[in-house]
Design a protein around this ligand. Structure first.
Ligand code: SF4
Length: 402
């Protein structure tokens, strides 16, 4: 997969960012951080992706995970020219130790600095303008070559981060991936200890969160770890998670998600609400869930059915995700599951359009689960016209079943 070139962004050839984010969050919602990251680096729905790292106090966790999965992943390091010397040396040390082969240092253009902050004192009078100049604009330029970027933000950091999902829609332009969204502080520490990762030298000197030297101070025991950033100012973020200098709307709170219109189930008899209320599992949870009544599985379209061989006997319902209507892997997976002898309910889920209903049924699916916005665009009448799907199915007509 091309991740680094200047070719046309994949997003122009894919479903809108909002739709992909919704699918990705559904698809990977039960996965661990490493699994989310691995899929983010390989899932075509995410596109060309880079890790953005400050090489700060906790950055080494994601850097290590990326190095294990694919050390050629582009890593963008913003050098504001205001960083601690220790950060610069730590950056070089970590990149070498982990074997990262594509670390790109990005900086403000010299002419821009000369025009707006020739003496390097803008941070004393206007930290927002300084961050915009030294961080936001250079990062925006670098990210123009990518469809998605990976951040190390976590829910426990509070504020707007408290409702982070694994995948975020960045103003319908890019996807932000937050593999560590659900990690707790102790998870971060455990990972660093267990993997014997090098620590930023300033952590031991009282800096649990590290940014630019003029804007980072020591933190006293018991203080919030980020209390040393822009101390005594209202500012909490450098601006790279803002748009045009303004806070962007955060992810919808959980309560709002729960009252969203629900999906619609399409069968040969038309639309109906989803009658499945028992939740879904992913393949790796199969063992733990074995024996539970009414077991259902959620499968990505690229799932290798070999991992399910001999393990689908007690499964009542398998739902296969269709991240885009042009993605045919779900049809192949359904056929292979039927060939393996799976005779429970098989559901196509996501971006399936009415014109594909015959193909869906022929592949062995019993039903289609579509999102409410698609149900609005393609109302029940459109689907019901395909209810006699064999009549629309060339293969069936050839077999004389139409
Ligand atoms: S953190 Fe401080 S020095 Fe660094 S870019 Fe922002 S305002 Fe400027």
């Amino acid at each position: 997969m091309e991740r680094t070139g200047n070719a046309m962004p994949l997003e122009t050839a894919l479903a809108p960012v909002a739709d992909r984010v919704k699918h990705l969050n559904r698809r990977y919602r039960n996965r661990a951080a490493q699994s989310v990251l691995e899929h983010a680096l390989h899932d075509a729905q995410v596109g060309r992706v880079a890790l953005v790292s400050s090489f700060g106090a906790e950055s080494v966790v994601l850097l290590h995970m990326v190095s294990v999965i694919d050390r050629t992943t582009p890593v963008l390091f913003i050098d504001t020219r205001m960083l601690f010397e220790q950060t610069l040396s730590y950056q070089a040390e970590v990149a070498a130790a982990l074997g990262l082969t594509d670390v790109r240092t990005i900086r403000a253009r010299p002419e821009t600095l000369a025009a707006h902050d020739p003496d390097g004192v803008l941070h004393q009078s206007d930290t927002d303008a300084c961050c915009a100049l030294r961080k936001v604009e250079p990062l925006e330029r670098a990210l123009a070559h990518f469809d998605a970027w990976i951040t190390g933000r976590k829910r426990f950091q509070g504020g707007r981060r408290a409702v982070l999902d694994f995948f975020e829609n960045e103003q319908d332009r890019r996807i932000k991936v937050n593999p560590l969204a659900h990690w707790r502080p102790e998870d971060v520490q455990d990972y660093m200890v267990n993997n014997r990762l090098p620590r930023h030298p300033l952590v031991a000197r009282g800096y649990p969160s590290i940014g630019c030297a003029p804007c980072t101070s020591r933190v006293a025991p018991g203080e919030d770890p980020r209390a040393g950033r822009w101390r005594d100012q209202e500012k909490e973020e450098c601006g790279i998670h803002f748009v045009n200098g303004k806070a962007v709307p955060g992810p919808a709170p959980r309560q709002e998600e729960e009252v969203e219109p629900t999906s619609v189930i399409v069968t040969d008899t038309g639309f109906s609400p989803d009658d499945w209320a028992h939740g879904f599992h992913v393949p790796e949870e199969l063992e733990a869930a074995a024996g539970a009544p009414a077991l259902a599985l959620d499968l990505a379209s690229d799932t290798d059915p070999a991992v399910l061989a001999g393990r689908v006997d007690g499964v009542d319902l398998i739902r296969i995700d269709f991240p885009s209507f042009a993605d045919g892997r779900g049809f192949t997976l359904a056929r292979r599951l039927r060939l393996m002898g799976f005779n429970g309910r098989l559901r196509a889920h996501g971006h399936v359009i009415a014109d594909q209903y015959a193909m869906v049924r022929r592949a062995g699916f019993d039903e289609v689960e579509i999102p409410p916005d698609l149900a609005r665009r393609q109302p029940e009448a459109q689907w019901r016209r395909r209810a006699a799907w064999r009549a629309h199915d060339y293969q069936s007509r050839l077999r004389g079943q139409a």
